[in-house]
Design a protein around this ligand. Structure first.
Ligand code: MSP
Length: 517
C-alpha cells in the first residue's frame, strides 16, 4: 500500500450481513463506483473500499434464526455481497470484513489506547435499544414510542458496560462542523448534524456483556465484554488502509465517505468524536444521500419491501439500473423505486432518445457514406458549430456536477443535449441533403452529431461501462485509456470515425407489462 498514495479514497458503509444486498445498498455502491471511474477519467488515482459489517447482536440473532453458527453465516452472506458487486461491475480495490484479523487488531489497539488515556470508563446504564439500528436511541428520536426507521419499539436495556467519553469531544466536533462548511454534502445535513450537537451529547456505551452478546471483538482490557458493533465497524475506514502505520494518512487525508442519511448520526457524532479522541483528523467529505422508498416507505429488509439487484439484472441487465440510479435520485433527497418508473426511464432515455440517436446516426453513416470504411472527421468537422458550444458547456458542467454529487443534473443536461441533437437532425434533414448529393452540407450535419455521440458516450463510461465501451469500439475510439478526459472531450480530437458497424442497436425497448412494482 505504501508509496501508492491515491488522490481520492472512496468508501461505502460496511453492510450488515444479516441480509442480502438490495437496491438501497446497491445504490451507494454503484455511486461510489461511478465516482471512482469518473475521477480515474480525470487522471486521478482512486482507492475504493467497501465491505461487510459482521459482528453484533443483530447478526448473532440472524445466524441463530438461520440455524447456523455466526462464523459460517457471515462467511456465506459476505460472499453474496461480493458476488452481487461483481455482477454489478463494481471495481472496488479492497473489500474489508470486520471479522478479519487485520481489522480486529486495529480495534483492539485503539480501544486499549483510549482506555489508557482515560477516555473509556466502566458504569451502569439504562436506555432504549433499537436492534435494527444497533444503538441506543434517545427519547426525542422516537415517534409514537417507536424507532422511525424500523417501526419497532426499542427494548429497555439496563446493564453494566464500558463507556467512551463522547461528551468530552462534542464541543470540539461542533467547531469542526461549524468551520468546515462543505464537509457534508448536501449542506442541509451539516445543519442537521449541528442540531444533534446542540443537544446534550451522552457518553457512548461501547461494550456488550459476553453472556448476552458474544459475537464480537473482545475488549482488550476486560474479556467479559465484546466491543459494541458501531465502535468496531467505523474503524474499518482506517484499519483497511494500514492504521496505525503512518502511511495510512496518504489515504485518510483524501477520504470521501458515501452513506445514506440513516447512518448520519453514527458517521458524525460517533465517528467524529472517535477520531478526535484518537488524534486523527476528521474525514475530508461525508456525502449523504436519501432513501430509495417503495410507495413512500424506506426500502429495507426488516420491512420486507426490497428489490434484489440480481433478479433485476437477469431481467433488465445491470447497466440500465446504474443509469436509472444516477438519473432518478436527487442527491440527498428520497426517491421512489418502482419497476414502472425504471421501465419508463429506460425506454424514454436509453432506448428512444440516446439509443435511437446512435442507431439512426450509424444507419445514416452506413447509407450515405457506403463507399467509406472511415470518416475523416478531423478535416470534415466544422470548426464552429452550435452543437460544439453546447457540448463544451456540458463537459464543464458535468465535471462540476459530479464533484458536488449532483449526478441527476449531469444526466439531465446530457439528455437535453441528446434532445437538441435529435432535433438538429430533424431540422437539417440529412436525407434530403444526401438525395441532392450535397456532400459538404451533409458532412456539416453528420460529423457534429457523431462528435456529440462520441464525447457523451465517453462521459457515460463510468455510468454504463460495458455498453459505452461497446459503442466507442464501434466508433473506432481506441484511445480511451491513453487520453485524458479533457483531450478526449475536445471537439475534433479523434482523427477518424468508423463508417461500418457490427452493431447499431444498443438499447432494446422493454415491452413487457410490468404489473405492480
Ligand atoms: N453496518 C452499518 C454501517 C456501518 S459503516 C461503518 C449499516 N449497514 S446497513 O446494511 O444497514 O447499510 C446501510 C446503508 O445501506 C445506508 O447508509 C445506505 O448506504 C444503504 N441503504 C440501505 N437501505 C437503503 C435505502 N432504502 N435507500 C438508500 N440507501 C440505503 O448501517
Amino acid at each position: 500500500m505504501q508509496g501508492n498514495r491515491p488522490d481520492v479514497y472512496i468508501t461505502t458503509p460496511l453492510y450488515y450481513v444479516n441480509s442480502y444486498p438490495h437496491i438501497g445498498h446497491t445504490f451507494t455502491t454503484v455511486v461510489a463506483d461511478v465516482v471512482k471511474r469518473h475521477y480515474q477519467q480525470l487522471g486521478k488515482k482512486v482507492y475504493f473500499l467497501t465491505g461487510t459489517d459482521e459482528h453484533g447482536e443483530k447478526i448473532a440473532i440472524a445466524a441463530n434464526n438461520a440455524g447456523k453458527d455466526p462464523k459460517s453465516f457471515v462467511d456465506e452472506n459476505s460472499k453474496r455481497f461480493k458476488s452481487v458487486w461483481d455482477d454489478m461491475g463494481i471495481s472496488y480495490d479492497d473489500f474489508i470484513r470486520t471479522t478479519e484479523e487485520r481489522h480486529k487488531k486495529v480495534v483492539r489497539g485503539l480501544l486499549q489506547e483510549l482506555y489508557e488515556k482515560g477516555d473509556i470508563y466502566f458504569a451502569s446504564y439504562e436506555g432504549n435499544y433499537c436492534l435494527g439500528c444497533e444503538r441506543f436511541i434517545t427519547e426525542s428520536e422516537l415517534v409514537d414510542g417507536k424507532c422511525p426507521d424500523h417501526g419497532t419499539e426499542p427494548k429497555k436495556v439496563k446493564e453494566e458496560n464500558y463507556f467512551f467519553k463522547m461528551s468530552k469531544y462534542a464541543d470540539q466536533l461542533k467547531k469542526e462542523f461549524e468551520s468546515k462548511k462543505d464537509i457534508i454534502r448536501p449542506e442541509w445535513y451539516r445543519k442537521e448534524v449541528l442540531g444533534y450537537l446542540n443537544e446534550k451529547i451522552d457518553d457512548l456505551c461501547i461494550s456488550r456483556p459476553m453472556d448476552r452478546v458474544s459475537w464480537g471483538i473482545e475488549l482488550p482490557f476486560d474479556n467479559r465484554f465484546v466491543t459494541y458493533v458501531w465502535f468496531d465497524a467505523l474503524l474499518n475506514y482506517i484499519s483497511a488502509i494500514g492504521y496505525p502505520d503512518p502511511s495510512y494518512r496518504g489515504y485518510w487525508d483524501v477520504c470521501e465517505h458515501f452513506i445514506a442519511k440513516d447512518i448520519l448520526r453514527t458517521h458524525t457524532v460517533y465517528w467524529g468524536t472517535m477520531l478526535l479522541a484518537s488524534g486523527i483528523p476528521i474525514y475530508k467529505h461525508l456525502n449523504v444521500h436519501g432513501y430509495w422508498n417503495m410507495s413512500g416507505i424506506k426500502m429495507s429488509k426488516s420491512l420486507g419491501n426490497v428489490v434484489e439487484p440480481s433478479s433485476f439484472k437477469e431481467k433488465y441487465g445491470d447497466e440500465g439500473l446504474r443509469f436509472f440510479f444516477l438519473r432518478e435520485m436527487r442527491w440527498g433527497e428520497d426517491a421512489d423505486f418502482t419497476i414502472e418508473r425504471f421501465v419508463l426511464r429506460y425506454n424514454s432515455d436509453l432506448a428512444n432518445n440516446y439509443g435511437n440517436l446512435i442507431s439512426r446516426t450509424m444507419g445514416m453513416v452506413e447509407k450515405y457514406y457506403s463507399d467509406k470504411d472511415y470518416l475523416d472527421i478531423k478535416s470534415e468537422l466544422p470548426k464552429e458549430h452550435v452543437l460544439k458550444d453546447q457540448l463544451e458547456k456540458l463537459v464543464n458542467s458535468y465535471k462540476a456536477d459530479f464533484s458536488s454529487c449532483e449526478f441527476n443534473k449531469a444526466m439531465e443536461n446530457m439528455w437535453r443535449l441528446f434532445d437538441d441533437t435529435n432535433k438538429f437532425i430533424a431540422d437539417s434533414k440529412p436525407w434530403d441533403l444526401a438525395k441532392t448529393g450535397n456532400k459538404g452540407e451533409l458532412d456539416k450535419v453528420i460529423m457534429p452529431v457523431l462528435e456529440v455521440i462520441r464525447i457523451c458516450t465517453y462521459m457515460l463510461l463510468p455510468v454504463m461501462p460495458k455498453v459505452s465501451s461497446a459503442i466507442l469500439l464501434e466508433l473506432g475510439s481506441d484511445n480511451i485509456e491513453k487520453t485524458t478526459f479533457d483531450e478526449f472531450c475536445r471537439w475534433g480530437s479523434q482523427d477518424r470515425i468508423k463508417a461500418k458497424y457490427v452493431n447499431k442497436k444498443f438499447f432494446n425497448r422493454i415491452e413487457e407489462n410490468t404489473g405492480g412494482a
